[in-house]
Design a protein around this ligand. Sequence first.
Ligand code: K7E
Ligand code: CUA
Length: 677
Amino acid sequence: MAVSRREFIAGSASGAAGLVVGGVLGKVVAGDGDGGGGGGGALSGDVGSIAEARGLTPAEVVQAVKTVVPPGKPELDEFYILASGGHSGQMLVMGVPSMKIKKVIGVFTPESWQGWGFGTDSGDIIRAGTTAEGGPVSPAQPTLTWADTHHPAISETNGEYDGRWVYINDRANGRIAMVDLRDFKTKQIYDIPNLLSSHGGVFVTPNSEYVHISTKTPTLIAGADVATSLENFADSYRGYSTFLAIDPTTGKFDVARSFQVELPPYTQDLADAGKLVSDGWVFINSYNSEMSWGGNMEGNPPIEVGASAGDYDYMHAINWKKAEQVVQSRSTVINGMRVIPLDVAVEEGILYLVPEPRSPHGVDVSPDGNYLCVGGKLDPHVTIYSFEQFQAAVDAEDFEDHDQFGVPIINFDSVVAGRVEVGAGPLHTQFDAEGHGYISLFIESAVAKFSLGAPYFEGDQAFQLVDKVPVHYNIGHLVTMEGDTTKPQGKYLVALNKWSIDRHSAVGTLNPQNFQLVDLDGEAMEVLSDTPIGMAEPHYVQAIRADRINAWHVYPPGTNPTTMEPDSNAVVQGEERIERNGDQVDVFMSLTRSQFKPDVLRLNKGDHVTLHLTNIESTPDATHGFAIPRYNISASLDPGEYTRIDFVADVEGAFAMYCTEFCSALHLEMQGWILVS
Ligand code: K7E
Ligand code: CUA
């Protein structure tokens, strides 16, 4: 609703807008407020007349002022968010509060602008992520080139983000990737044995000992009869909770120190690591403890009905510090991975189940580590468990039953600290430093704020609904700043909304996802901005303080990003050369503004060519591309970067290689010839 300038100024006199607008009142320019009325008017004058001309309310001006990052002041983006790129297979980097997208990181999917997977050794990383035992692939298509990224997890030290690495899973194929935050590039993709798919079970333990990832749909056991496996579900399938050890220097996966815990064949879903008081444990939701497998044209209910038949599903609590010891003596190796069998996990007190309201989705651990908040999609409450009560129940063997696999089920009433009726379709919870939880309400399209118990809130202040704000529409995840660490920063919340009818300009029959920035500083939560995401559905994001990121500006000379070390095949200026050995041709080429050296390659048809490319620039942002038409080859080299390209010159012709980045006034001249004859 537009207001006249007079109303605008009057209406804002008591609010923050009054300060903003009032501060520039002295500079009123001609126009007097009658010429605008929205659209078309020249945008000159003070804030009030511009706002009036654009049809903005005082509140909208304040919202804009809270989020603007003006030219030359990037530091006003206080946080980064690292977002999954959904079924694009990539990751997004955005700023908060601007909500601007700063980078798309090529992860599982070739990304041509980064030269990711188009002939360079980055392709080895993508290929390596396809070939582990237990990762079934089609012989006809040996490399998986797409993924469905869901859950990023930033490395931690003492329960706080340390800004070193971020991990992200492939929901479709049960894989995981590691991105180094020094250069924001993917270093490793690992196809995890015994995981056909994964979902939300991705997080890092408080000192980055492990990154955890679990099965979504359970995996067919080796030797089970495929054709009758669904009818014999309980005997044919198993879930796996995977603890991938993190190399403390490189951040890569140390498979030899990694292990899995075998789980019942329920559908394990979201998970979170314990911290502080609950450090050493992980908690995983599950649904479909009914083990419904569908068959809606074979006389069975559809999975959505079968999986919702029971009143309760089970949260899995796993003692990983104990598992880490037990795996040394009581594990079996399946497809190259050490596995603690289910019966051993029960005997050793590694695995317990806790009833939770049916069809739960998120489980999130509070900053003090004591509260486990569970949203049940079909229950309007958030159920809040106390870890201390859980620990006491374990010690007292306070079990209400065992499941059919012999896993003890903790007495529900003994471990619930509180329940808060929050609204329809609660999913995921994030936290602030004051002891509030913020939970997404998918069905209601809202965020609810509630209070936790002691030591944050006592008596009738505890476990109360505090505030609620509508979001648009169908929110999935949400994130508060560093909201799943031991030190949440509060300030902002980002709502990741799946639908966006009428929120953005029409772009055809598929609307963008809609990220909404919510201000947490005021008395009531307030939506500040809408941001369309022009790619696949980002499921989850993590938000990290900008000052924790220590990104490199240029690479040390000759650095190979796959190792982050100088490469012995990198060249320095003056050492460029072509070495021929039979039909093997090694080209040691430098790239600088504005030439390739050498710029002519004379090849024989059938030559095996290895290009060793080095960007010898040391100026930040002096990136050069390297592309060969028709050979499907594209590289991108940042200053100081080395990369290797192997190809067979199997097509005759004259091919004009060129630089794909507009790097200088003579960028267009940065070209050369590859002659294959
Ligand atoms: Cu974490 Cu969308 Cu993969 Cu919930 S999931 S919404
Ligand atoms: Cu280098 Cu354009």
